[in-house]
Write a protein that binds this ligand. Structure first.
Ligand SMILES: [Zn+2]
Length: 146
């Protein structure tokens, strides 16, 4: 019994590694993910940015740089530069679309599930893309401050 128990505990850690491998082997992208990947919204540099942050994701090495310009407490402009998988790029694009025009208070409550749903519901193997987008958002809000 002890042997079984320790194997079960050991299985918890490499779950994300398995997800990353599945990610490569058999992945079906939603039409929304493919659309944002093929036609990313708000990609590139942002002149006169209020804050620029960069976050990375150890699951598959995605790097997301998010730049925003804040005017009167709202996100006037948002741009991203992402090096990473298809879903990370789609999530970055969706993130900038979601936060543009919103107040800092409104975007504070955006969760990975919301980004995922907006992209048709990400399967577990690629959910890390929406987590990465929200990590960038959190880092950006932290940088801007209260
Ligand atoms: Zn990825």
């Amino acid at each position: 019994m002890e042997g079984i128990k320790s194997r079960a505990e050991g299985a918890a850690a490499p779950a994300c590694e398995l997800a990353a491998r599945r990610h490569i082997l058999f992945l079906v992208y939603s039409p929304q993910v493919l659309e944002h990947f093929k036609n990313p919204q708000n990609a590139g540099e942002l002149p006169n940015a209020t804050a620029v942050v960069e976050v990375s994701n150890p699951v598959c090495g995605d790097i997301l740089q998010l730049a925003v310009r804040v005017e009167d407490g709202r996100i006037a402009e948002a741009r991203f530069k992402t090096r990473g998988c298809v879903t990370a790029i789609a999530c970055s694009s969706m993130l900038t679309e979601t936060i543009r025009g919103k107040t800092l208070e409104e975007i504070r409550s955006i969760a990975p599930a919301q980004i995922s749903e907006a992209l048709g519901g990400l399967p577990p193997a690629t959910f890390h893309g929406s987590q990465l987008a929200c990590d960038a958002l959190e880092a950006m809000l932290f940088k801007i401050g209260p």
